[in-house]
Design a protein around this ligand. Structure first.
Ligand SMILES: Cc1cc2nc3c(=O)[nH]c(=O)nc-3n(C[C@H](O)[C@H](O)[C@H](O)COP(=O)(O)OP(=O)(O)OC[C@H]3O[C@@H](n4cnc5c(N)ncnc54)[C@H](O)[C@@H]3O)c2cc1C
Length: 417
């Protein structure tokens, strides 16, 4: 029988690797299993808010990632129909050390986390695809497919961080309740200087037919341009349509170089529970949101950190296992009460069709850009609301079930819902 680890994490994506590192820092022995031969580099998360920066800093990764990526303090909202553009800039905020967004590929976040985790003894096994598991009284036995045949591994706890299509979740028989949006998201990486056309380093383009989220990815001129298309259009030909769609965002310019692209389904779904016996879910395997506004990894990373905190405490015998049910309840609640409404509102605004509502949205954007505190509020929303509601583990027992959304900015009180 294989040696029993404290935890097996399935998935070497950003959440799996950050959770593995956090667990190793609490003293747990951890193995990570990844089906691919290397960390996946598909065009996905690229922008991290202060709530994620807090975690990256705590884990000791922030300086390295700041050097790989870059810091951005501007956000543009463009409404082409009204010829309107606004720029919100975040100035340094007293008492908040993270007054910027970090732009970096999520594969870099996963890779840097992996390097740190390996130094603490975390075993990362690529080309190890989880195919089955059995949950018994003392832990979980996992069956893995490898090039050399099937293998069995054992751990006290199994964490499924294996993405929205999670095999662990399916094998555990946990329903992924919620809904799938009718549109397809097309994410493209392209070499083109969007700044020449008045874009900021991160932008929303609000348009009922041609919405887009445009952000700079690196210092060498790579940008992300993501847009929605009708999911009933044939998937096989989505690449042929990219150039047509670019005409709108690039104002007819053709001097770009398309580097990569990928289509995605969009969901608002969460596991009906995030804990079943010794099996736990985190990241997209636990809850998947449409990525308008970048709340997917933001919320997933926090689920992983909260889980690492409390599972570490359970492993040390400081907390009863039942606290893991609180993890499930609280992270599901945050997903449905905070993340889903915010991401849904972002998506609605980006593609709103009703002219009267579009004008109302524009007024709201204008009010935000006229408010000197708006940059701080944007930063603090993600900093306070998604993240630190329930940390550290000791706070969990008496956690207030209502979201903490009161903000004090420069002596003025704000409420965010
Ligand atoms: C276009 C786009 C843009 C986005 N932008 C942002 C953004 O700016 N900010 C943000 O916060 N979020 C963003 N998101 C969301 C973000 O990408 C996801 O929330 C994030 O990838 C979730 O990370 P994860 O580690 O949970 O899962 P994943 O990144 O999906 O990783 C899961 C891993 O598990 C592995 N795996 C799967 N099955 C098995 C198995 N059976 N055995 C072993 N390994 C397995 C996979 O190979 C993969 O490596 C975006 C998403 C999209 C689609």
């Amino acid at each position: 029988m294989a040696e029993q680890k404290d935890v097996i994490v399935v998935g070497a994506g950003p959440v799996g690797m950050l959770t593995a590192l956090a667990l190793a820092q609490t003293g747990a022995s951890v193995t990570v299993l990844e089906q691919e031969p290397h960390i996946i580099n598909s065009p996905r998360a690229a922008v991290y808010f202060p709530s994620t920066l807090v975690i990256l800093d705590e884990l000791g990764l922030l300086d390295e990632l700041n050097a790989i990526g870059f810091q951005n303090r501007t956000f543009g909202t463009h409404v082409p129909e009204f010829g309107y553009s606004s720029i919100v800039t975040t100035d340094p905020i007293d008492g908040i050390p993270y007054d910027y967004q970090l732009h970096a590929g999520q594969h870099d976040v996963a890779r840097v986390a992996m390097e740190h985790a390996q130094k603490l003894g975390v075993e990362v096994l690529f080309e190890h695809e989880v195919a089955a598991f059995e949950d018994g009284p003392d832990g979980v036995t996992v069956t893995v497919k490898t090039a050399a045949g099937e293998k069995t591994l054992a751990a006290k706890w199994l964490i499924g961080a294996d993405g929205a299509r999670s095999t662990v979740r399916k094998l555990a028989g946990i329903e992924f309740a919620g809904y799938t949006w009718p549109e397809r998201f097309v994410a493209t990486n392209v070499k083109f200087d969007f700044r020449q056309l008045g874009y900021c380093q991160a932008n929303f383009v609000c348009d009922p037919d041609d919405m887009a989220i445009i952000a700079q990815l690196d210092r060498e001129g790579l940008w992300r341009c993501t847009y929605l298309e009708d999911a009933s259009l044939p998937l096989e030909t989505y690449e042929e349509r990219i150039h047509q769609r670019y005409k709108h965002f690039m104002q007819g310019r053709a001097d770009y170089e398309l580097v990569s692209s990928s289509p995605y389904m969009l969901h608002q779904r969460a596991g009906e529970t995030l804990r079943k016996g010794h099996v736990l879910l985190t990241g997209d395997a636990a809850h998947a949101t449409n990525p308008c506004g970048g709340l997917g990894l933001t919320s997933g990373v926090w689920s992983g950190m909260v889980l690492a905190d409390i599972l570490g405490a359970v492993l040390r015998g400081e907390e009863d296992e039942s606290i893991l049910d609180r993890y499930s309840d609280e992270r599901r609640r945050i997903f449905w009460e905070i993340v889903t409404p915010a991401a849904t509102e972002n998506k609605r605004m980006l593609q709103e069709r009703d002219p009267a509502q579009r004008r109302k949205d524009l007024e709201a954007v204008k009010a935000l850009s006229d408010d000197p505190d708006s940059g701080a509020m944007l930063m603090l929303f993600a900093y306070k609301v998604i993240g630190d509601l329930l940390r550290p583990a000791s706070r969990w027992k008496d956690a207030d079930p209502t979201p903490r959304v009161d903000l004090d900015i420069a002596g003025r009180q704000h409420q965010i819902h």
